[in-house]
Ligand binder design. Structure first.
Ligand SMILES: C[S@@+](CC[C@H](N)C(=O)[O-])C[C@H]1O[C@@H](n2cnc3c(N)ncnc32)[C@H](O)[C@@H]1O
Length: 213
């Protein structure tokens, strides 16, 4: 990574209120991703500056909403997004990176190993086949599926009171309208991604109270 993406990352961390010391491990992750991407096509975003904004800072923009979450499953994590940046930023958070594609899972195992991420593990599996019912306080997913599809494949992973923290672009009202019975939106938080003009929202979905509307 050259100087301009470095500066972008440093400025972005400051804007998000995150420790500047996170820049070093985050850069190591991006460097590894860029290296593997030359051979394995793990992500279509290849420009180093765009990788900082669209991968790292976009993922980290939800960190303020992780308070109280200790076990997170990132469904369809691809190359580890948002799960790896969150695991780096929050060492106390246990992150399970769920990915069905074999070459992406291989990259994830290498990233966890070479970054020494003791709080992350890889589940090479389809989310619906992960046999850990109720094991997580939260599940997340970025660019993976509609809200209804995410709860269909991953809802079983949530503990009672657990929540889906879904990363979305514009406020997804059409998707919200199609949530199945038994699930409801608890909150919608606009997210500000440093350096990005586009809209981002974090949609928080939980199980509906019995007898609720
Ligand atoms: C468009 S990519 C997004 C990757 C990453 N979350 C990101 O934001 O860059 C969607 C990923 O979800 C994975 N995927 C899709 N359905 C899945 C499922 N049911 N279980 C596990 N992974 C799944 C795909 O293999 C792919 O890597």
């Amino acid at each position: 990574m050259n100087d301009a993406p470095h500066a972008l990352l440093d400025a972005g961390l400051a804007t998000l209120g995150l420790d500047p010391a996170l820049a070093a491990p985050l850069r190591r992750y991006l460097d590894l991703l860029a290296r593997w991407n030359r051979t394995y096509n793990l992500t279509a975003i290849r420009d180093p500056g765009e990788m900082v904004t669209l991968h790292l800072l976009d993922s980290l923009s939800m960190h303020a909403h992780m308070d109280g979450v200790s076990r997170l499953a990132d469904l369809g994590t691809g190359a580890g997004l948002p799960g790896i940046p969150l695991a780096i930023a929050r060492p106390g958070l246990e992150v399970t990176l769920v990915e069905s594609n074999g070459k992406k899972a291989r990259f994830l195992r290498e990233a966890v190993r070479s970054l020494g991420l003791a709080n992350a593990r890889v589940a090479e599996s389809r989310a619906e086949a992960v046999d850990m019912p109720g094991a997580f306080d939260a599940i997340t997913a970025r660019a993976m599926a509609t809200l209804a599809d995410i709860v269909a494949v991953g809802g079983h992973l949530l503990a009672p009171g657990g929540r889906l923290l879904a990363m979305k672009g514009v406020r997804p009202d059409a998707e919200i309208a199609l949530l199945p019975a038994g699930w409801e939106v608890e909150a919608i938080h606009p997210l500000a991604v440093p350096g990005l003009g586009a809209e981002r929202h974090l949609v928080v979905v939980g199980r509906a109270a019995p007898g609720g509307a």
